[in-house]
Design a protein around this ligand. Structure first.
Ligand code: OAD
Length: 232
């Protein structure tokens, strides 16, 4: 039975109404990355950063999982081999769509992290800079998001799964941010068949064996159906 590792990015949540980062009118056209997605930006202006993620949290709460999220949950439930979803997304649409075997490599909006003692707790809808940690009481709460310059979460588990993968698919990610953009090369080295599912070829699109181009709500259910029908 084939083991499948799926990397997802903002494109899978786009049709749920969540803005992507690098579209012409996307989040990085509206905000400076350095201001809202780096430890230095948080040190300079924590209110701005916390407000940015409060707005993302509200957008995620107002959104619903789409057919692509649900298709990946169906794949996990019905495929006989292992299925792991590694998402760069900080929304919770994969889990609300039914995925269980899931890694949030860039963190999660619904989690808060203490910068002093590393305790984690459920983030309130409206975090405030200087919120107290419920464990050590330091005024050091921050969004549990991996910022540029920080190490993504669970890299050992991810590389182990990629090393055992027979199929590696990347869905709705532009291939601009490492280490995620390097997973296709790693999967190819490990002998996996590699597939890119996107509206258009990504920055690393040439490295994939195959591409399926189109909106995720159409392409992902069709791909899942084909895998389940093949039964391999
Ligand atoms: P991007 O905004 O860079 O890329 C989104 C990708 O989704 C693009 O390649 C689009 O073509 C594609 N896309 C858009 N709508 C789609 C649809 N309906 N169906 C299929 N594909 C679609 O987002 P990411 O690649 O996820 O990190 O960005 C990676 C990381 O950069 C993010 O996790 C975030 C960001 O800065 C941090 O903040 C640390």
């Amino acid at each position: 039975m084939s083991n499948i590792v799926i990397l997802t990015g903002a494109g899978i949540s786009a049709e749920s109404g969540i803005e992507t980062f690098r579209a012409e009118t996307g989040l990085w056209a509206q905000h400076r990355v350095e201001d809202v997605a780096t430890p230095e930006g948080f040190a300079c202006n924590p209110e701005l950063v916390v407000d940015f993620y409060n707005a993302r949290r509200a957008a995620a709460a107002a959104a619903a999982p789409n057919a692509a999220h649900k298709a990946l949950a169906r794949l996990e439930a019905e495929h006989k081999g292992k299925v792991l979803v590694v998402t760069q997304n900080v929304d919770d649409l994969h889990e609300r769509g039914g995925s269980c075997n899931l890694v949030h490599m860039h963190g999660a909006l619904n989690s808060a992290l203490c910068a002093t003692c590393e305790h984690r707790w459920t983030a309130p809808m409206e975090m405030r800079a200087g919120d107290a940690c419920p464990s050590c009481n330091a005024a050091a709460a921050r969004p549990d998001i991996v910022w540029f310059g920080e190490m993504p979460y669970q890299m050992d588990l991810i590389f182990e799964a990629i090393g055992e993968a027979d199929i590696f698919a990347a869905i709705g990610t532009s291939g601009n941010v490492y280490p995620a953009a390097g997973f296709v090369a790693e999967a190819a080295r490990a002998g996996a068949h590699t597939l890119e599912i996107n509206l258009e070829p990504s920055a690393v699109g040439a490295q994939f064996d195959k591409a399926l181009l189109g909106p995720a709500t159409k392409t992902v259910p069709a791909w899942v159906e084909s895998i389940l029908r093949a039964g391999a």
